[in-house]
Design a protein around this ligand. Structure first.
Ligand code: GTR
Length: 423
């Protein structure tokens, strides 16, 4: 017994302390991509071939959910007892030049242990229609006030915490180029945003300042192998925003909720979309390693680098694949496939080689086999399309010129896709 305990402690130590290689080499040369075998989304670990939706839903889908939970993002706690209360802090019926009704809503979470935590949602509802509207839910990086110059937008509560931790760009309007609210509103979409640090600060030293201590099984010590990382916590937060919009905002059509995220938050939306079936469309912008990009291509950012630089994003078990992507029993196309039969959209930027645009495309392409089970259309060929030629099937993809970012062009493509699949 003692030996077994010692052995498992040693094993846990070995696995968790691997994957810290911030300086692992990075490959940008297509000819150096290793030959790899991609796990087949439709073949179970016992070799069974999936031929029907029922088999997929009963056998293979749960098997993959388990793999992603135990080996990459960590387990999302189920019975949390956490309650949320919502306080309308401010309303402006004439925001953004009259285009929108702007609401700011404080979420107050309370755990069964009595601890509380607050987050602030910014919501724009289009004034041009009285109908039920679809909504795009998307976290921002540095506060609601950075997404617009609208001067009555309140600074997100995590500002003080993160600023004193050295993060500086909390200036009003700083990120407005990434938020094409006007176009979305004109096209009849509501948009909801919250600062992701409000849910869980993106810093290993500040995790106790977010929502985590409210969870009944919260543990501040050594993380267990499958303990969730912050991507999992942020994904949980996306579902809490969905709860609010669905339950409390009568103008929102709870059957047309879209979740969109950029970069680390593009990874987050894929995991949120795999877990929460209320998200009808999942849009992953420039998400790269641990997001849409295939890990086994080992092109651009790799598992050693990402787990080295951001050890808090994933569960410790993921470290075992650091400089060892070949050993992964799954790959990211299967994460995308978990979103079927709801819609998934992947976008890349030509200069964002760190995120491996080709790997992002291939992942979206290979997810197609599961869409076919539902008689839905995946991407038609394994060749990446040229820039600015979006592919809008039941799975969507585009690549644009330029760098790692979210642009008006990206928004336009997303809205075109949502119009197509939601209406
Ligand atoms: C990078 C990280 C990427 C991506 C990006 C971001 O530093 O290596 O995986 O997530 O940050 O989120 O902006």
């Amino acid at each position: 017994m003692k030996h077994t305990l010692l052995l498992s402690a040693l094993l846990a130590w070995a696995v968790t302390s691997a994957g810290q290689n911030k300086n692992a080499p990075v490959n940008y040369d297509e000819s150096q991509v290793p030959t790899f075998e991609l796990p087949d989304a439709l073949t179970c670990s016992d070799g069974t071939r999936i031929k029907t939706r029922k088999q997929w839903e009963r056998k293979r889908r749960p098997e993959l959910m388990k793999l992603f939970s135990e080996q990459e993002y960590g387990l999302t706690p189920l019975q949390t007892g956490i309650r949320a209360k919502y306080e309308l802090v401010a309303t402006n019926n004439n925001a953004l030049g009259g285009l929108a009704t702007q609401k700011q809503v404080r979420f107050v979470f309370t755990g069964t242990n009595g601890r509380t935590h607050e987050a602030l949602l910014l919501l724009y509802l289009p004034n041009s229609t009285a109908k039920h509207v679809p909504v795009i839910i998307s976290y921002n990086f540095q506060g609601n006030q950075t997404t617009t110059l609208q001067d009555d937008v309140i600074f997100s509560p995590s500002k003080d915490l993160m600023q004193s931790a050295g993060s500086e760009k909390w200036v009003r309007g700083e990120e407005q180029s990434r938020w094409d609210y006007e176009t979305a509103l004109r096209r009849g979409y509501a948009v909801a945003t919250m600062c992701y640090h409000d849910i869980c600060p993106d810093s290993p030293d500040l995790l106790a300042q977010g929502v985590l201590p409210l969870f009944p099984d919260y543990n501040e010590g050594q993380r267990t192998l499958s303990e969730w990382g912050t991507i999992g916590v942020w994904a949980w937060g996306y579902s809490r925003i969905a709860d609010y919009l669905q339950k409390k905002e009568s103008r929102i059509d709870g059957k047309r909720m879209v979740v969109m995220g950029h970069s680390r938050l593009g990874k987050t939306v894929l995991w949120a979309g795999a877990q929460d079936k209320r998200f009808r469309v999942v849009i992953s912008n420039d998400s790269g390693c641990g997001g849409a990009a295939l890990s086994k291509r080992v092109f651009g950012e790799n598992i050693a680098r990402i787990t080295g630089n951001f050890p808090h994003w994933f569960c410790p078990a993921f470290n075992a694949y650091s400089e060892n992507e070949a050993a992964l029993p799954f790959d990211q196309h299967e994460l995308l496939a978990l979103i079927a039969p709801r819609h998934v959209y992947v976008a890349s930027a030509q200069d964002d080689q760190w995120a491996d645009p080709k790997g992002e495309y291939l992942s979206a392409y290979y997810a197609g086999s599961v869409y076919q089970l539902y008689r839905m259309k995946g991407l038609p060929q394994d060749q990446q399309p040229p820039v600015h030629q979006p592919l809008h099937y039941d799975v969507g993809y585009h690549i644009r010129t330029g760098r790692h970012d979210v642009t008006a062009y990206d928004w336009q493509c997303y809205l075109d896709f949502c119009d197509k699949v939601l209406n």
